[in-house]
Design a protein around this ligand. Structure first.
Ligand code: ADP
Length: 160
């Protein structure tokens, strides 16, 4: 008898340039994602130009790390992934670990950022922090993806 997963939720994950530059790390992260009950709904490799990186991180404009962040995010290829599972937003952020790597290596050494993050800026990955943010970010990287339709129709294929 299969267990039915209730309340599937979509979230957006990015593997940042530090990860994509290291295929062994990228593979380990993707395997960890799968081992933690997520499915990959859609994935895309791309490179953000500076303008798109500024747009994606516009809420941080004016912060001391903004310039560094935008330069880093446009410095090389990244991968974008729509992930699904129950309570996906919370679970993915928990698996990633806190933003600040220097704190994370002591407090959450087994989180992905604890294991693979290099600095507070080069912290390996991104995850949406709320449902409205996930919708905006999915639309940013996958403009052709119909979120409402997915929830109404296609999500059932991920029930198991
Ligand atoms: P998160 O990615 O954990 O949701 P934020 O949205 O606050 O964190 O920040 C976006 C990104 O900006 C972080 O992932 C990190 O790359 C960078 N960043 C945030 N805070 C700092 C900081 N204090 N110093 C350097 N870089 C930072």
């Amino acid at each position: 008898m299969c267990k039915v997963r209730q309340s599937l939720q979509l979230t957006m994950a990015l593997l940042k340039p530090d990860v994509i530059a290291n295929p062994i790390v990228a593979t380990e992260i993707k395997e960890t994602i799968l081992r933690n009950g997520f499915f990959f709904v859609q994935s895309r490799y791309l490179r953000l130009n500076r303008q798109k990186a500024e747009e994606f991180y516009q809420e941080h404009k004016g912060r001391f790390f903004y310039n560094r962040l935008v330069s880093f995010m446009s410095s090389g290829p990244i991968s974008a992934h729509i992930l699904v599972r129950d309570d996906a937003i919370r679970h993915w952020r928990q698996l990633m670990g806190p933003t600040k790597v220097f704190k994370t290596v002591y407090e959450c050494p087994n989180s992905l950022r604890g294991r693979f993050g290099l600095t507070d800026t080069r912290n390996s990955m991104h995850g949406s922090d709320s449902e409205p943010t996930a919708e905006r970010e999915i639309a940013f990287f996958f403009p052709e993806f119909d979120i409402a339709r997915w929830y109404a129709k296609d999500g059932e294929y991920f029930l198991n």
